[in-house]
Design a protein around this ligand. Structure first.
Ligand SMILES: C[S@@+](CC[C@H](N)C(=O)[O-])C[C@H]1O[C@@H](n2cnc3c(N)ncnc32)[C@H](O)[C@@H]1O
Ligand SMILES: [Zn+2]
Length: 434
């Protein structure tokens, strides 16, 4: 097999279009002790990196795009990668937009990847990435464990396809609504491999730019109360669509929303499947009149209405789609992630770390009786024209009535439940009386 190296790749033009400028969340203060990158050589010897630390690994970030808040997203990626390596005994990773290279370092050091290609379109990050990765013995020839390249991600993905070099895990930590890699990524991922995708397009998921979401993910998104879950479903749906055009099927192992950014991340498993499967790829409606939501498959497109329209006048639900309407997580995989995190001492010290809470909440959310979306207690309280009972009280009352209920990892004061809004309002009112 031919090996992709900076040398083999350098025969190609670097970019067909300029890279978006990184919205660096960590601009250096004007009195920064760092020496600016392009200073005359006389200053070169004075360069003194400041180190960051994550899960005990030290690295520098200098002027690259780096957020501490994304550490949980990196933890989740590494746990999935490590489980993959344990089950398949091999792990080749493409970190297509690596920034300072922290993910590449973690995939190598923690998930024990056999090989990582750390790519970032911005070649001024090279020195930082190399410095961060040099802690891992680079190896040579077929035993080479990592390379650093600077190409447009789509070019790298297409090049991998041409050279028939496939990856077990492709991590694309992009920003904005750039979804162009959805067209090329399936060329470079192995069968049964993993794709870790990102979107930071909160405007589209909020329904404020339906034409943008249509262009990027093929979904017309309207404003809905659980827009941050819609953001995840829009991203998965976009991948489902592109996958099926190329004879693949994808399903999420986990879906993670983080309000820093906001950032929508999904880890998808890729299967070969000749026939498209539209079971979990459809439309979602929300009725502003009664607060109910419903999923519709393609065959039901002409029948979208809400059952409340007979009792309280006509209603015309808001509809978004097509998007992913299936489960956000694979509970078995998340349970394995939690066990591994315990084994590594990342959770389970009794302190209830954020990672532990998150994984446990994702397991709760995976209850197959729970539908998509969530009910914000504020919306319920305003429909009931009263103050909301506490989340805990409300959840146990709903459960007593035989409905399924859990918290949502996406919104803190919200519940996921198969109890219709009207019933939630009734239960809340009854709680106030007693
Ligand atoms: C969100 S940052 C990556 C952060 C990093 N993965 C981490 O966890 O700290 C996105 C990076 O992608 C690079 N980038 C943006 N567009 C790209 C493209 N089309 N091809 C390759 N790299 C790109 C930027 O230079 C930037 O460093
Ligand atoms: Zn209704």
């Amino acid at each position: 097999m031919l090996t992709l190296t900076p040398e083999t790749l350098s025969s190609f033009t670097i970019f067909h279009k300029p890279l978006p400028k990184s919205p660096n969340p960590n601009p250096k203060p004007s009195n920064s002790p760092h020496i600016p990158r392009f200073n005359p050589p006389i200053y070169a010897n004075c360069y003194q990196p400041t180190y960051q630390s994550e899960r005990g690994l030290q690295f520098e970030t200098e002027d690259t795009f780096f957020r501490h808040e994304s550490a949980t997203g990196r933890d989740l990626g590494v746990l999935s990668a490590a489980l993959y390596k344990q089950s398949k005994q091999h792990l080749r990773v493409l970190d297509a937009m690596c920034g300072c290279g922290i993910r590449s370092l973690r995939y190598l050091a923690e998930a024990e990847a056999d090989f990582v290609m750390a790519n970032d379109g911005n070649d001024s990050h090279r020195r930082v990435i190399l410095n961060n990765l040099k802690k891992i013995d680079r190896g040579s020839g077929d035993e080479k464990r990592w390379v650093v390249t600077h190409f447009d991600a789509n070019r790298v993905l297409s090049e991998c396809y041409l050279k028939r070099e496939f990856f077990d895990l492709i991590d694309i930590d992009s920003f904005g609504s750039d979804s162009s890699f959805l067209r090329t990524v399936f060329n470079a991922v192995k069968r049964d491999g993993l794709l870790y995708l990102t979107s930071t397009d909160g405007y589209s998921s909020g329904g404020h730019r339906p034409n943008n979401s249509l262009a990027a993910y093929g979904a017309y998104i309207r404003p809905m109360p659980y827009s941050n879950e819609i953001g995840l479903r829009m991203l998965i749906g976009g991948a489902v669509r592109e996958a099926s055009a190329q004879g693949y099927h994808v399903a999420p192992l986990f879906s993670y929303y983080s309000y820093h950014g906001p950032v929508f991340r999904v880890m998808l498993r890729v299967h070969r499947k000749p026939l498209p499967d539209s079971r979990h790829y459809g439309f979602i409606s929300y009725c502003e009149q009664c607060g109910n939501s419903q999923a519709y498959c393609w065959e039901e497109l002409g029948q979208i209405s809400c059952s409340c329209s007979n009792s309280i006048g006509p209603s015309s639900p808001v509809v978004s789609g097509p998007l992913w309407t299936g489960p956000l997580h694979d509970a078995t995989h998340i349970t394995a992630m939690l066990n591994l995190a315990e084994q590594w001492g990342w959770v389970g010290d009794g302190a209830g770390t954020d990672l532990e809470k998150l994984l446990k909440r994702m397991i709760d959310e995976s209850n197959p009786r729970l539908p998509f979306g969530y009910i914000k207690l504020d919306e319920m309280a305003s429909r009931a024209k009263m103050n909301s009972p506490s989340l805990k009280t409300m959840m146990s009352a709903i459960q007593k009535e035989g409905y399924a209920v859990s918290r949502s990892h996406i919104a803190s004061n919200a519940i996921k439940t198969n109890c219709p809004m009207k019933e939630c309002v009734r239960i809340a009112k009854e709680l106030m009386v007693h």
